[in-house]
Design a protein around this ligand. Structure first.
Ligand code: ADP
Length: 204
């Protein structure tokens, strides 16, 4: 059963694009619930349940969790009261066309899709600089290739629905945030999501 939630935004962007940080800032500004599938899966993996152990194996291998498992976990999260009353920003979902199709059954409407655009050369440089243990040149290249193969096709899938806004992700965090906030306002204007309603809910 799909549910009508006040707002549903999807943010797409390569690893290293600043998607996670900017998503959090957007949620703060617009009163949306931040749902990061990376965080959800890490939480599941820590639980030591059979599902958690399966998720952990897949994540450690750098592959994607199966669409069935991912959609089940996501649908459960979206059904919770905070998302139902405040609306949601999805960070990391959908990541495949199958997931995008399933999302259409989970929520009544996707109001907008933001494509935070940072070229491959730049994200590679950023990820190498942050020096994390899982950020070797080889694993970065593999994760980015997976993005091009599985997630990039989502852009044309959604572009058919003409709700995609591409935002230039180069520049300071502040500059990029301003561009993103403008894009969200345009999306809400176009789909007549009342920002006042969202902001009021956030305060109550
Ligand atoms: P990254 O984008 O750098 O891989 P995330 O924190 O977004 O980092 O995700 C961590 C891992 O969780 C991914 O490598 C993948 O295994 C899994 N994952 C996250 N989102 C999804 C999704 N929508 N579908 C399948 N697997 C996912």
């Amino acid at each position: 059963m799909s549910s009508q939630i006040p707002a549903c935004l999807v943010v797409l962007g390569r690893q290293g694009s600043g998607k996670g940080t900017q998503s959090l800032l957007l949620c703060e500004k617009f009163g949306l619930v931040h749902v990061s599938t990376g965080d959800l899966l890490r939480e599941a993996a820590e639980s030591n349940s059979p599902l958690g152990l399966r998720v952990k194996l897949v994540m450690d291998s750098g592959e994607l969790v199966s669409d069935d498992t991912m959609c089940e976990i996501l649908a459960e999260r979206v059904a919770q009261a905070d998302v139902q009353t405040r609306g949601v920003l999805l960070d990391g979902f959908p990541r495949t066309v199958v997931q995008a199709e399933r999302l259409a059954d989970i929520v009544e409407q996707v109001h907008g899709v933001i494509n935070l655009d940072v070229p491959i050369a730049e994200v590679t440089k950023r990820m190498l600089l942050r020096n994390r243990a899982d950020d070797t040149e080889e694993s970065i290249a593999r994760r980015l290739a997976l993005y091009e193969e599985q997630t990039e096709p989502l852009l044309s899938w959604y572009e058919d629905a003409s709700i995609v806004k591409t935002v230039d992700g180069l520049g300071s965090e502040d500059e990029v945030f301003k561009r993103l906030a403008t894009a969200v306002e345009e999306i809400f204007d176009a789909s007549q999501v009342s920002l006042r309603v969202l902001l009021k809910q956030e305060k109550s």
